[in-house]
Ligand binder design. Structure first.
Ligand code: UT7
Length: 333
């Protein structure tokens, strides 16, 4: 990589509507105690009627642009990571692009809970190759409109929330500025695609969805929770180490670790395993649940706003999710 890349702005948006575990108790056979103990989640945010993925993404992007002191017309490309697309096609990125006008290219990237890290790799490559100067990356999810709120769906439904997080990736040509996306390492294992998925609608199905499928809830997410958990706690430390090694960075040198927010127990397990001190690990699953591709950029934006992230610091980000997909990035802020 010849041109270094810098994250010059971060932004986030979560809907105003707070849904507590107690609220979910009214809808299904679950309990605040079960949800807190198993996942760490206390509440999550849901969109209000009429609020669209592009609304969430736009708010996060405008904040990131402001932080980077840029206008939208200075951006060369938008990469939007999502598993909950606003329409079947085109991608959510096009509904977002409309908000900024012009003919700025954009595309959606589908790598589920690792989508932000996959997008960061793409943005870094586009900028480092000299193809573009500035790429806006946004992770955006609206899960709440596609969950099963009956007791049958409780294992998955209680875990997810809506939100968006964005970053601006720019070329860093200042020789005195060490900021750089140092390494991104990605992996996938498609043989486990059905361990965490939404089966329908799908183009491999006649009519894309049948009444029988609707009746058995094939349009809702399904997950083999324990199986996913086991893989997450194995793959996350592996890829985190691989990425730090590739960048010649030691765990002790990292100021802040941000993990995908699927389960507080997963994150604590991984941190313990790698002997990462609790004060270097930041979580927000308690407040937002699992926002898939948006979880890591929301964490980043919050950390920056709270002054936890300082220029020159090393920050490590790691995720695991449906696909299976997993990855890690290390950034000199
Ligand atoms: O973001 C993408 C990656 N996702 C993940 O990494 C998630 C990984 N998996 C997990 O985080 C955990 O497996 C869960 C939080 C999903 C579930 O925790 P668990 O300790 O693995 O529970 P379980 O699925 O084995 O379920 C235990 C019991 C079951 O009852 P029985 O069979 O023991 O009687 C479930 O039916 O808990 C029951 N249960 C619930 N009870 C109350 C499942 N969901 C709920 C619920 N409320 N919402």
């Amino acid at each position: 990589m010849t041109i270094r890349t810098k994250i010059t702005g971060t932004g986030m948006y979560v809907p105003d509507r707070v849904v507590t575990n107690k609220d979910l108790e009214e809808l299904m056979d679950t309990s605040d105690e079960w949800i807190r103990q198993r996942s760490g989640i206390v509440e999550r945010r849901y969109v209000s009627e009429g609020q669209l993925p592009a609304d969430l993404a736009e708010a996060a992007c405008r904040q990131a642009l402001e932080a980077a002191e840029l206008d939208a017309d200075q951006i060369d490309c938008i990469v939007l990571a999502t598993l909950s697309s606003q329409a079947d096609f085109p991608g959510t990125s096009f509904f977002l692009q409309e908000r900024f006008g012009g003919t700025l290219p954009c595309f959606d990237l589908r790598a589920q809970c690792t989508g932000f890290l996959y997008s960061l790799m793409v943005a870094r490559s586009l900028v480092a190759s000299g193809q573009y100067q500035r790429v806006m990356v946004v992770g955006c999810e609206v899960h709440s409109t596609g969950l099963d709120f009956s007791t049958e769906g409780r294992d998955v439904t209680v875990l997810f929330g809506d939100g968006a997080g964005a970053v601006i990736v720019e070329a860093n040509t200042d020789e005195d500025d060490r900021s750089d996306i140092l390494e991104v390492r990605l992996h996938a294992e498609g043989k486990y695609a059905k361990k965490l998925w939404v089966e329908a609608p799908g183009t491999g199905l006649p009519g894309r969805i049948t009444q029988e499928m609707m009746d058995r809830g094939a349009h809702f997410p399904s997950m083999q929770g324990k199986f996913v958990f086991k893989h997450a706690v194995t793959r996350m430390p592996q890829v985190l180490r691989e990425t730090l090694d590739a960048a010649s960075v030691k765990i002790d040198d990292v100021a802040l670790f941000l993990f995908h927010q699927a389960n507080l127990r997963i994150n604590e397990y991984v941190a313990n395993h790698l002997e990462i001190p609790a004060e270097k690990l930041r979580n927000n699953i308690q407040r937002y649940g699992n926002c898939s591709a948006a979880s890591i950029p929301i964490l980043l934006a919050e950390a920056e706003r709270e002054g936890i992230l300082k220029r020159g610091d090393l920050v490590s980000m790691t995720g695991f999710g449906s696909g299976f997909s997993w990855g890690s990035a290390v950034v000199r802020w």
